[in-house]
Write a protein that binds this ligand. Structure first.
Ligand SMILES: [Zn+2]
Length: 415
């Protein structure tokens, strides 16, 4: 193993060992879990000796810093944003990773628990035969989402602290709670993170990149009925479950996540909590196209009011909240150069870009709505949010190389 690969591996394992899973039902507090502080504090300590300015860890566990411009020139400034948390899938938040030289075939993730990763079920393994890969022990997510991103960024920053290449200002943001509704980036103090454009390193196999994400929102419909004892319920009892269930069936059954793909949007009745008195239905709305997204929200509102008319004794309220937007819509002639930079950084790393429209969002989806155009590129890891998550070291190495190339490019361009 080359010294650089070994140092990337050591760095990743250092971050991976800290449990940082976010908790979706942990209330509105940011961060949602204590472990995220431990990782933020470690990163803060590692940034201190590297000559960065404005290192700041705020009350919401958002860590920001800036590698100041080096050299004379009107260089563009650039930003990198990664998330501290890992997705909660109900397993061990920091499983023991295992480095395996993959020779093909099935992988025994855990002998004792007989957890097997079958090559036939996981064709995404096949391009990595002959490579060194980090796997989980089958007890939880590896956490390469997004600690591989943090590793690539921290590695690059420490590289530039030791060299004298000219470059523009590099803004860093490590934020909590991306996995639970981008809550961390929404708390980010943008007076501390204001590059000309930025990138997230979050998801995907080597070469993949995206700047098209969903418009996303949540609709909450509350039905309040009248509870009564069933023995004398006639004419009194008003059951809130009836309109709630009817509303679930009011939408096109093929306009759902299980029937749509690519750039098709959906309406997803995701959760129904009910008692005799109250039923609360949570609906997620997603679409890449702003007009279609708004039309879907309008259609939901219409259905809700129709249902309210059918059940006049049920009190119906409906609230809508937008979560994030499509990164592509934040692109301007000026900040669009972030894509030229990305393609050039890929080319210099001998990589063919594989852009795709993401059926989801990143911290960049929020930052872009705030005017910081923030495309996303790969960390090299695959199978996020799963015990089958794995990280080929070649992919991590390339993610770090692209990050270094991007910083170098700022020193060769005018802003
Ligand atoms: Zn992620």
């Amino acid at each position: 193993m080359t010294p650089h690969r070994q140092s990337l591996l050591d760095r990743f394992l250092r971050y991976q060992a800290i449990p940082t899973e976010s908790i979706s039902n942990g209330g509105k507090a940011v961060p949602s879990s204590r472990g995220q502080w431990n990782l933020a504090l470690l990163l803060e300590e590692e940034l201190r000796p590297l000559g960065l300015t404005d290192i700041h860890l705020d009350d919401h566990c958002c860590l920001t810093a800036c590698l100041p411009q080096r050299g004379e020139g009107d260089f563009p400034s650039i930003g990198f944003c990664c998330h501290l948390d890992t997705a909660s899938i109900g397993g061990n938040p920091a499983p023991h990773p295992r480095l395996i030289h993959y020779e093909g075939g099935n992988i025994v993730l855990n002998k004792g628990k007989e957890i097997l990763m079958k090559a036939a079920d996981h064709p995404e393994l096949s391009p990595y035969v002959g490579e060194d890969i980090l796997f989980t022990d089958g007890s939880g997510v590896l956490g390469a989402d997004d600690k591989a991103g943090i590793t690539a960024v921290m590695d690059s920053i420490s590289h530039f602290a030791r060299t004298t290449h000219p470059h523009g200002s590099v803004f860093l943001a490590f934020v909590p709670d991306e996995e639970v509704g981008l809550r961390g980036s929404k708390c980010l103090d943008l007076s501390r993170f204001h590059p000309d454009f930025a990138y997230t390193l979050d998801c995907c196999a080597m070469g993949e990149c995206t700047w098209e994400t969903f418009y996303a929102g949540t609709v909450t419909v509350t039905f309040t009925g009248v509870p009564a004892h069933p023995m004398n319920g006639k004419g009194r009892l008003v059951n809130p479950l009836l309109p709630a269930c009817e509303l679930v069936h009011a939408f096109d059954p093929k306009e759902t996540p299980e029937w749509t793909e690519g750039k098709e949007g959906y309406i997803w009745c995701r959760e129904l909590q009910a008692t005799q008195e109250k039923a609360i239905l949570t609906i997620q709305v997603r679409d890449h196209d702003k007009a279609h997204y708004e039309e879907k929200k309008w259609r939901i509102a219409e259905s809700v009011w129709k249902m309210a008319a059918v059940y006049p004794k049920v009190n119906v309220t409906c609230s809508m909240e937008d979560s994030y937007g499509n990164i592509a819509d934040a692109m301007t002639e000026d900040n669009g150069k972030a894509l030229d930079f990305l393609y050039e950084a890929f080319a210099e790393a001998d990589l063919t870009p594989r852009p795709f429209a993401m059926r989801g969002g990143t911290d960049g989806s929020y930052l872009s709505t705030k005017g910081i155009f923030t495309p996303n590129y790969f960390t090299g890891a695959l199978n996020f949010h799963s015990i089958y998550e794995f990280l080929p070291l070649s992919g991590l190495e390339k993610a770090a190389e692209v990050t270094r190339n991007l910083i170098l490019l700022t020193g060769k361009r005018k802003s």
